[in-house]
Ligand binder design. Structure first.
Ligand SMILES: Cc1ncc(COP(=O)(O)O)c(C=O)c1O
Length: 322
């Protein structure tokens, strides 16, 4: 411990452990790259509804990408049959952290053939025998991070990710300067486009120790439940909270959501869109076009969530009446 000298942010370590048994990288795509490279995977089956950010890593490893279709429940229409089990894998996405049980069932018979993409499901437990990846910065205020659980032996990189230039958005957002923070957030995300694996930054490793995971889990589940109860008769997706800790509350409508999202910005409500991609099939395209992904994170009080749900309800009513 150093004594004296310049000051520091008053961050109190709660000694939170996250991914103690995982290989810890700067991003989920770096974690995926490290696994595919070590396991010498040549063919990867991917759902036709996914974030494009993983493709550059796959291309650089010259992995042959084969798409499979997902149905309205966001599950494989038909689970791919592998002809060469030693060098092929199936990537299953635990969408919005809402498919824990379904993923368990799908992987039960031959877990070693699956990579479970828990990038949106930080608190979904790793399933023995599978390989799984996680992206903790989607749930925690940290600048980088990607976890890998696998039986494969991974040689960790010697270099650590340097997040010191990419942490300003978190401070600006905490201080209430959302606009200035957003510009830096985009730059921080861009810095993670380099998928060559590095060890998680010292900053993120420390911030994880300071995160109150129990509060985060509890608030997310409570907020999700409020939105679930409010919108269950309207939502074309039916995912009860059960034991999940979801990323967001996906609300799928019978109309496009682009203009709703635009008008919400005027009220300082910023919704992500998952995902615009040339590789999306019919279900993926309709998820992107017709779904509102409502925030449920621990920053939102019960009052905030009720206020949000009222605004959303009004906007939807207006959209349906047009
Ligand atoms: C399903 C899924 N997989 C992988 C990734 C990549 O995660 P990361 O940005 O940590 O590399 C994302 C990112 O949005 C994702 O949504």
């Amino acid at each position: 411990m150093a004594i004296g000298g310049y000051n520091q942010l008053p961050l109190i370590s709660l000694n939170t452990q996250l991914g103690a048994e995982a290989y810890q990288f700067q991003s989920a795509r770096a974690a995926l790259y490290a696994y595919l490279n070590a396991a010498k995977i040549k063919t990867l089956y991917i759902p036709n509804y996914i974030c494009d950010s993983i493709f550059p890593a796959l291309k650089s490893l010259t992995v042959d990408i084969k798409f499979y279709s997902v149905n309205e429940q966001l599950l494989p229409v038909i689970c791919p049959k592998l002809t060469n089990k030693s060098n092929s894998r199936i990537l299953l996405v635990n969408y919005f952290g809402l498919l824990n049980e379904q993923v368990k069932t799908l992987t039960a018979l031959e877990p070693e053939l699956f990579i479970v993409d828990n990038s949106q499901a930080l608190f979904c437990e790793h399933i023995d025998g599978t390989t799984s990846i996680y992206s903790p910065r989607k749930f925690l205020g940290i600048p980088d991070g990607g976890l890998l659980r696998t039986a494969e032996k991974i040689n960790m990189p010697e270099t650590q990710y340097d997040a010191s230039e990419n942490v300003g958005h978190l401070l600006l957002r905490a201080a209430g300067d959302v606009q200035a923070g957003y510009v830096r957030f985009l730059a921080a995300e861009q810095a993670l486009e380099c998928f060559i694996p590095k060890e998680i930054s010292v900053i993120s490793a420390h911030l994880i120790k300071c995160a109150d995971i129990n509060v985060i889990k509890k608030m997310r589940r409570r907020n999700y439940e409020i939105l679930y109860n409010k919108f269950k008769s309207l939502n074309q997706l039916q995912f009860p909270v059960n034991d999940h800790v979801p990323l967001c509350y996906p609300l799928k409508l019978g109309v496009g959501v682009t203009s709703i999202c635009r008008t919400l910005i005027d009220k300082a409500i910023y919704l992500p869109r998952y995902w615009r991609s040339d590789y999306s099939g019919e279900v993926g395209t309709s998820m992107f076009e017709n779904t509102l992904f409502l925030p449920i994170d621990e920053r939102l009080s019960e009052d905030n969530i009720y206020a949000l749900s009222d605004i959303i309800e009004q906007r939807i009513e207006y959209e349906y009446s047009r």
